[in-house]
Ligand binder design. Structure first.
Ligand code: ATP
Length: 362
């Protein structure tokens, strides 16, 4: 074990403080010595500091390089479309990693699922560049496109701009291959709709193929059209390993993956940039469960395991994941995973069970 480390801790809103608190306890039970810089973003930050995304929180993450984060709500008064998107943009967190691993004891129709969805997080369909139906700008844009291409968009259209760049595609492809190598994964599959969108998805595919053959010839690589991939994932999820794809497809397939492994309460995630990484569960704030001691902290705990590995504490990360898996395998689960008629643990009792196993393993 190495010396003391520092990480930013963002409790978040709704069930965030409970599940992040559980993850923090589990990290501490591994024995890794972390000094936490607790910073607020979201509702609590808006109430206390007048902004939902305070500069001090961003500065802390830039400084520590890692954050464990709870879900945050975007209050209307914040003036932001999404606090989460603003955070990812501010830190240029361009790669979203969603491991989808099925643990024994989690109810599922599958026997084996162990894949990783890597989503490009800065461009594609989610540029945020939009033109509202009927405005002067939109009419001008429609006229320009008609004149330039000979294709006339219906006048009563809203328009959202999708962009895919060579640079953005190259860095997400490299990230996927490096992730595969670092984590001993066997194959990378790029997914796209290049047969229809030749200049955006087509560019993504061309660049992914080039990165695969020129820089990572030792890693098996294939590509699948996104609609076919969705069908194959449902039929044979065990046929896939690392999946890499543009923003919108990655968003959808991440949720599909969460569905394969027991739902959003279970699924962890990490957002990576060159200077910082933010780890958070897939689920949102689930306000109706807040403070009720019934939220599942698994997603947050498994995100914390990812964080430990990212910090170089691989053995502690593996032990944390194993303790969560052993707890679930023993039938000790929260209400969202309990079979009907079976008793469920609250958030605190589940956390105690995981920490007990970690304590015994030390
Ligand atoms: P937000 O608006 O922040 O996305 P939400 O409640 O609309 O919040 P999610 O939090 O993603 O959306 O969850 C949808 C539903 O899934 C919740 O209402 C809750 O029933 C369930 N859920 C989500 N996360 C958990 C969890 N960790 N434990 C138990 N149930 C959960």
């Amino acid at each position: 074990m190495t010396g003391r480390r520092t990480a930013t801790l963002i409790p978040g809103d709704g069930i965030g403080p409970e599940v992040v608190g559980s993850a923090r306890r589990a990290v501490e039970a591994t024995g890794v010595d972390i000094r936490w810089e607790v910073r607020e973003i979201g509702l609590a930050a808006l109430a206390r500091e007048g902004t939902a995304l305070p500069p001090e929180a961003l500065a802390s993450i830039r400084e520590t390089g890692v954050a464990l984060k709870g879900p945050v709500a975007t209050p209307v008064e914040s003036g932001l479309r999404s606090v989460n998107v603003a955070l990812r943009q501010a830190l240029d967190l361009y790669a979203c990693v969603r491991p989808c691993r099925l643990y024994p004891g989690v109810p599922s129709v599958y026997d084996e699922v162990d894949l990783v969805v890597i989503r490009e997080n800065t461009e594609g369909m989610y540029t945020g560049i939009e033109f509202e139906m009927g405005t002067t700008e939109t009419k001008e844009l429609i006229r320009f496109i008609g004149e330039a291409t000979g294709k006339w968009i219906r006048e009563d259209s809203g328009v959202s701009i999708k962009t895919i760049s060579e640079q953005g595609s190259a860095r997400i492809a490299r990230f996927a291959f490096e992730h595969a190598i670092r984590h001993g994964r066997k194959k990378v599959t790029a997914s796209h709709k290049a047969n229809i969108m030749k200049f955006s998805d087509g560019l993504f595919l061309e660049v992914a193929r080039r990165v695969a053959s020129e820089e990572f010839p030792q890693v098996p690589f294939e590509d699948r059209i996104i609609d076919a991939l969705c069908m194959m994932l449902i039929q044979r999820p065990e046929a896939f390993d690392v999946l890499v794809m543009p923003n919108l497809y990655g968003d959808v397939v991440s949720e599909l993956g969460a569905g394969l492994i027991g739902g959003i309460g279970v699924a962890p995630g990490g957002h990576f940039g060159d200077g910082a990484a933010v780890f958070e569960a897939t689920h949102g704030t689930a306000p109706k469960h807040a403070g009720a001691d019934r939220a599942n902290p698994m997603g947050a705990m498994l995100s914390a395991a990812m964080m430990l590995r990212h910090m170089g504490e691989t053995e502690a990360g593996d032990r944390l994941e194993a303790a969560v898996a052993a707890t679930v395998a023993a039938g000790e689960v929260t209400a969202d995973l309990a079979l009907s008629g079976h008793p469920a643990l609250g958030t605190r009792a589940f956390t105690d069970a995981v920490c007990y196993r970690l304590g015994k393993g030390r």
